[in-house]
Ligand binder design. Structure first.
Ligand code: HEM
Length: 398
């Protein structure tokens, strides 16, 4: 029996409006997910895929769901040509290989001690104060210093990294005001990675220098070198920053969960996965449908912009029991917060090293803490806090 696909449900929700981005819980996604597995959004001219199994199936089907539509505006999809993020197989494999070679567990091994020591030092310093800003002082400062070491940057670019990463993610959304305002800053990052930075200026032994040497040997083009450093800075920063902020808030607001983590620090990996599931840092990525395709009985026509709602999939009760509950023992290894399939996050090894090092340092030095005032920072693609007041700190004895 052939099934005739039905027309999609529609919703007036704009995935990139201030109201949607300001919501740090599941309300908007829950509305879409319970409306239908595929919802057409006229305001974004996009078909949102909302449920876990359908999002994962779409990610596995790169013949139809093309990353040439990873961003929600044509200018940015054009700019991203030549990156693994926006490429489809078979080109994708070659572009990604250099990136994964340099971000593999083996390549990252030398960084492990540096990351652990830095995490320990920062956690001790910050939590010995009466209060601190969990975003500026920790969630931003920690990964910025790691990524500068990783690339081997010798000058001081500390102040630039956050605005660069933020602008790059704003531009993945539609050309709303936030994206338009981000052009000059994103352009600065592009000029730095593609013109101003030269691999020979990067520190000996750094991963940035190794990628430059691969370009010098002709294994990749010099243009690819620029793109790779660009992706580490653009894709790697705001996502990691958002996740560290979310770890602080969820653990600070759920002291019984923090106590469980302290009791058994081997839960650090499970706790991190659970934070990413519950507060997916980059909850929507785009794709372009290359052919008419049926998803859960609904037709998505060829040429359509598709919105893969990772944040919605991660809260789908069809997949995760009691999805609203934060449970550090859940260990949701198959969450979609890092994507899935060929485009699954190339930097997740690094993100895990950094975030788990922070969690372990906290369990060692901090008995408990609370969260005071928080403020949101609106970004088209990531869901970060602007500030997090960490208070009522009790240090661990001994
Ligand atoms: C907790 C932190 C992070 C999260 C939640 C995250 C999330 C994601 C997601 C969802 C994707 C898939 C995009 C898609 O489906 O089109 C992705 C891809 C990617 N990520 Fe991450 N990311 C994180 C950290 C990093 C870091 C630290 C780096 C670099 C050092 C990085 C580099 C990349 C790259 C290069 C891609 C593109 C891979 C490809 O298309 O082949 N990410 N990330």
């Amino acid at each position: 029996m052939t099934i005739t696909p039905t027309a999609p449900a529609t919703s007036e929700i704009d995935l990139f409006s201030d109201e949607t981005l300001g919501v740090n819980d599941d309300a908007v996604f829950a509305q879409l997910r319970e409306l239908a597995p595929v919802v057409y959004l006229p305001k974004n001219d996009a078909y949102a895929i909302t449920r876990y199994d359908d999002v994962r199936d779409a990610l596995a089907n790169t013949d139809v769901f093309s990353s040439s539509g990873v961003a929600f505006n044509p200018q940015m999809n054009e700019v991203l040509k030549g990156t693994s993020l926006a490429a489809d197989p078979p080109e994708h494999g070659k572009l990604r290989a250099v990136l994964t070679d340099n971000l593999s567990p083996r390549a990252l091994r030398p960084l492990r001690t540096v990351i652990n020591d830095k995490a320990d030092e920062m956690v001790r310093d910050l939590f010995s104060r009466e209060t601190f800003d969990g975003m500026a002082d920790l969630a931003v400062a920690f990964p910025v210093s790691i990524v500068l070491d990783l690339i081997g940057v010798q000058g001081d670019l500390r102040e630039k990294i956050l605005p660069w990463g933020e602008a790059a993610f704003n531009l993945l959304g539609p050309m709303n005001q936030r994206a338009q305002d981000s052009f000059p800053t994103a352009g600065e990052l592009f000029t730095w990675t593609h013109e101003e930075m030269r691999g020979v200026d990067l520190a000996e032994g750094s991963i940035g220098r190794a990628i430059w040497e691969a370009a010098e040997r002709g294994e990749i083009s010099h243009e690819s070198f620029g793109y790779i450093v660009h992706q580490i800075l653009a894709a790697g920063m705001d996502t990691t920053i958002t996740t560290i902020g979310n770890c602080l808030v969820l653990l600070g607001e759920n002291p019984e969960q923090y106590a469980k983590l302290r009791e058994d620090p081997t839960l650090a990996s499970s706790a991190m996965a659970e934070v990413i599931r519950l507060r997916t840092p980059a909850p929507v990525f785009g794709r372009k449908a290359l052919a008419d395709v049926e998803v859960a009985g609904t037709l998505i026509p060829a040429g359509s912009q598709v919105a893969l709602c990772y944040g919605s999939a991660n809260m789908d009760p069809r997949k995760f029991d009691d999805p609203e509950t934060f449970d550090v023992t859940r260990n949701p290894v198959d969450h979609l917060g890092f994507g899935y399939g060929v485009h699954g996050c190339a930097g997740q090894g690094l993100a895990k090293l950094e975030i788990q090092a922070l969690l372990l340092a906290m369990t060692q030095h901090v008995e408990s803490f609370a969260i005071g005032e928080v403020a949101a920072r609106l970004n088209n693609f990531t869901r970060p806090y602007a500030s997090i007041e960490v208070t009522d700190i009790v240090l661990a004895q001994g």
